[in-house]
Design a protein around this ligand. Structure first.
Ligand SMILES: C=C(CC[C@@H](C)[C@H]1CC[C@H]2C3=CC[C@H]4[C@H](C)[C@@H](O)CC[C@]4(C)[C@H]3CC[C@]12C)C(C)C
Ligand code: SAM
Length: 352
């Protein structure tokens, strides 16, 4: 390349990086530097290995190690999406942040969280929902996540938001929770229990730690009755979602209540919150198409310059593809990430 062209290219990359890293900041925290971009709790030199391990998981799902599962959630989510790792119906005249908060407060209202209550957040991520619910209900929220990096992020965000007296975060497996029986007044899970290989295992644990009479609400990722497993195009979409989001396999909508009942819950209400008149939850993914390309180019440049760890660009590309599968699943109505189920642990009859 000629010297002039080289200088121009370098200047363009430099300007682009400056604009993105210092001017744009993250989805939720303007001014945060993209150079802080790292892959959850994975050290920078291991990102590429973990990316390969991630794909091999789909060939040998039973062999994935505990440490690999702990490290699956990438920091790209927080950087590109915000502190709440879930979808919400879009609302006319409201920002994504507002729509997200409203979707979270709805869960809090459904379980009747109030001051003095001890509420469990199953699979709490970096705590976006936990802070919204604690602030809205003034209840004490205890979150559990298997990802150590998320625990430290969630605790830091709680302190920063001045909510650390109401919010507590525990590192642990929601299939074997370190809590005594009947120790919570209510519980919720937002787009997290889809990670459990067997839903009855996590629902059984939630049932155990809830007090009799306590309510539990979950927003589940499921295929809808519109899904036709004999249609190869639809299968490609559903498998793309499962692969891209490291899921053990999506459940059918009609399986959820059966499983809840099987572990002992009474099912109070069930509703797909994505159905009209709800606005499309996937709109946010579609609207960001330009932004994906911008992020992609910057990540490529950061990797090339050695600022971002190797493998981030691969993860980003995989997420880009996943976003297309998710949007398609939403548009065709064969998939929903917000099948709401509200359950109650029956009152202890023996004690009555
Ligand atoms: C509930 C889960 C996570 C759901 C979502 C929070 C994430 C699913 C797909 C993710 C993303 C896709 C595209 C990325 C984009 C290419 C990048 O430039 C910026 C980040 C994305 C928008 C990213 C953000 C998080 C998701 C929407 C699963 C794990 C059960
Ligand atoms: C998509 S994120 C949703 C996070 C959060 N509910 C939110 O909406 O921001 C899924 C969460 O489930 C957690 N998770 C997955 N498997 C888990 C397990 N076996 N035990 C505890 N947490 C788990 C992940 O670490 C992550 O925090």
């Amino acid at each position: 390349m000629e010297t002039g062209a080289l200088v121009c290219t370098a200047a363009l990359i430099g300007l682009g990086l400056y604009w993105f890293v210092w001017v744009m900041g993250s989805a939720e925290q303007k001014g945060k530097r993209a150079v802080e971009l790292k892959m959850g709790s994975i050290s920078r030199d291991k990102v590429q290995d973990k990316y390969k391990q991630y794909w091999s998981f789909f060939r040998r799902p039973n062999e994935i190690s505990e440490s690999a599962r702990r490290r699956r959630s990438p920091h790209i989510y927080e950087w590109g999406w915000g502190q709440s790792f879930h979808f919400s119906p879009s609302l006319a005249g409201r920002s994504h942040l507002e729509a997200t908060r409203i979707h979270e407060e709805r869960a809090s209202d459904l379980i009747g969280a109030r001051p003095g209550h001890r509420i469990l957040d199953v699979g709490c991520g970096v705590g976006g929902p936990m802070r919204a619910i604690a602030a809205h209900s003034r209840s004490n929220v205890v979150g559990i996540t298997i990802n150590e990096y998320q625990v430290s992020r969630a605790r830091a965000h709680n302190r920063k938001a001045g909510l650390d007296s109401l919010c507590e975060v525990v590192c642990g497996n929601f299939l074997q929770m370190p809590f005594p029986d009947s120790s919570f007044d209510g519980a919720y899970s937002i787009e997290a229990t889809c990670h459990a290989p067997k839903l009855e295992d996590v629902y059984g644990e939630i049932y155990r730690v809830l007090k009799p009479g306590g309510l539990y609400v979950s927003y589940e990722w499921v295929t809808t009755p519109l899904y036709r497993p004999e249609d190869p195009e639809q299968v490609e979409v559903i498998q793309g979602i499962e692969r891209g989001d490291a899921l053990p396999g999506l459940r059918r909508q009609d399986e959820i209540a059966q499983i809840a009942k099987k572990v002992g819950f009474e099912v109070v209400r069930e509703e797909d919150l994505a159905r009209p008149p709800a606005g499309p939850w996937w709109a946010r993914l579609k609207m960001g198409r330009l932004a994906y390309w911008r992020n992609h180019l910057v990540i490529k440049a950061l990797s090339f310059l050695g600022i971002a760890p190797k493998g981030v660009a691969d993860v980003h590309e995989m997420l880009f593809l996943t976003a297309a599968h998710l949007s398609r699943g939403g548009e065709t109505g064969i998939f929903t990430p917000m099948h709401m189920i509200l359950c109650r642990k029956p009152l202890d009859n023996a004690a009555a």
